[in-house]
Structures are given as C-alpha cells and as structure tokens.
Design a protein around this ligand. Structure first.
Ligand SMILES: [Fe+2]
Ligand SMILES: [Fe+2]
Length: 277
C-alpha cells in the first residue's frame, strides 16, 4: 500500500533552458513565483535540519508522527533538488543580484539552525507549511497551473500536491514540542513577512536584470495594471483569506480535506515516478 506521504522521485526532463516568464504575459507574477523557487533550495534544507533536530531531541514521543516526519524529510529533499535544476534552467543563477540574495537567504537559515531553539525553528517550519497549504489550495482553486507554461506548471503542481499531503506534519511536531498558540502566531506572521519580502526582492532583481521586458510587455502602465490584478485578484481574493485562517487559534491542518482533484494528481505523479517510497 502506498504511504500517505509518498516520496516520489520524478524526472521532469527539464530542457537546458526554460523561459523564466512562466506565466505568459506577466513577468511580474512569473518572477514572484520564481522568487519563491529561488528561496526553496535554502529554506527546505533548513526545514530538514529542523525536523532532524526534532527527531534527535526525543520530544516527538509518537511512532506515527516520527514516521511522518521521516516522510516529510524525504519529500522536502526531493523538492529543493528539483527546484535547483528548474532555477538553473530558468537562468536564475546567471543573475548576480539573485545569487547575492540567495547567499543572504542561505546564511539566514544556517544561522537559525545554529543559534535558535527547536521551538523557534519548528514554529518557523509550521509558518511556512501553513503558507504552502493555503497557497496550494488557492492555486488549485483558481486553476493557476492551467495558465502557466507546461513544464513549470508540472513542477509546481507536484510540489504543492506533496505540500498538501504533508500539511499536518510540522503542525503536529510543533504542537508536540511547544504547543503555544501566541508563539505560533507571531512566528507565522514573521515567516510570512520574511518569505514575501525575499520573494519580492528576487522578483525585483529579475525585473531589473532584464529591463527590455518592460517595453516588450507594454510599458509602465501595463505593468501597474498586471501587478494590481495579481495582488488584488489572486493574492487578495484567493490566497489571503486562506492564509488568514491559519492565524486563528483553532486553525488545524487536520480539518482540511483535500479536494478529489489533488488526490488524483498525487496518484498521477506516483504513476509517473521513477521510484516511490
Ligand atoms: Fe516542499
Ligand atoms: Fe513542506
């Protein structure tokens, strides 16, 4: 029987180059997603270090949760490796300013692992996982990937399906080790603000690195219209309400039932995986 949190090894067959404008017609929205993708090779290894520290602490005291934490580590390990290949093909590593930002992000997370408590790191992990759960559900609800170029859409679909599959793990680990609502809320707000700032900074650096995109896509007025539509419609109307729910004292990812479409996507990815464990 397949695990509830299956670790799938996939071959996305990335071509040598991928257009970083992954949302046709909108470099700004595309680069916001690329900004998130640029963070993941540093953030997800940090989550893995945190979960390994949780296992080593002996504080989980639950065989089922311990097993889920191991599967979480396996899924996140695949995610950041695929995002490195994707980022490279999309030319992210060729932009000096993006590389400098990635160094800063990497150092930030290294510092957290070395100097912060397990409680802090687990709360940050849950803040991030609450965001991927909310954004994953919002993305499928607005059929975001139907508008995205096919290859980037596949990696994001797979990633968000697995984020949704392991949505309860960081929450349960945090509850087991700390279980303090006010601290979870403050760390979730902190993580969401920091992650959005990083993503916007990468997106801005990418736009700066290719000034011709502005003319190519209709000039400053068209850019303002696109940014407004993205922020108000997609983020404001669909992502924000789901994100706000994760701030409530009674929020639990256990209460979220996955839509049939997401379960079907999980089965599709399992069927096309090189290996599932
Ligand atoms: Fe992930
Ligand atoms: Fe995750």
């Amino acid at each position: 029987m397949e695990h509830d949190i299956p670790i799938r090894r996939l071959d996305f067959r990335f071509p040598p180059t991928i257009d970083p404008v992954i949302m046709p017609g909108s470099p700004e929205e595309s680069f916001f997603y690329m900004g998130i993708s640029a963070i993941l090779p540093y953030l997800e290894p940090y989550l893995i270090r945190t979960m390994k520290a949780a296992l080593a602490s002996g504080e989980l005291r639950d065989a089922g949760l311990t097993e889920q934490v191991k599967q979480f580590i396996g899924q996140e390990g695949q995610h950041y490796r695929q995002h490195i290949a994707f980022n490279k093909a999309a030319g992210l590593h060729d932009i000096d300013e993006v590389r400098a930002l990635q160094r800063e992000i990497g150092e930030t997370y290294e510092r957290y692992s070395k100097t912060r408590s397990l409680r802090f790191n687990l709360a940050y992990a849950e803040g991030f996982e609450a965001a991927t759960t909310a954004l994953g559900l919002a993305s499928f609800a607005v059929r975001l990937f139907d508008d995205m170029n096919p290859r980037p859409a596949e990696i994001w679909r797979w990633h968000l399906v697995e984020e949704l599959e392991h949505r309860t793990v960081a929450f349960d680990a945090y509850e087991r080790v700390a279980g303090d609502y006010v601290f979870r809320l403050s760390m979730t707000l902190f993580a969401h603000a920091q992650l959005s700032r990083f993503a916007v900074r990468v997106a801005t650096a990418m736009l700066r690195a290719d000034p011709e995109l502005l003319t190519q896509f209709g000039g400053p007025a068209a850019r303002r219209r696109r940014v407004r539509a993205f922020v108000i419609h997609k983020l404001g109307r669909h992502a924000l309400p789901r994100l706000l729910r994760t701030y409530l004292p009674w929020y639990t990812p256990h209460a979220i039932a996955l839509p049939a479409e997401i379960i079907a996507e999980g089965r599709r990815f399992s069927a096309q995986a090189l290996k599932v464990s």
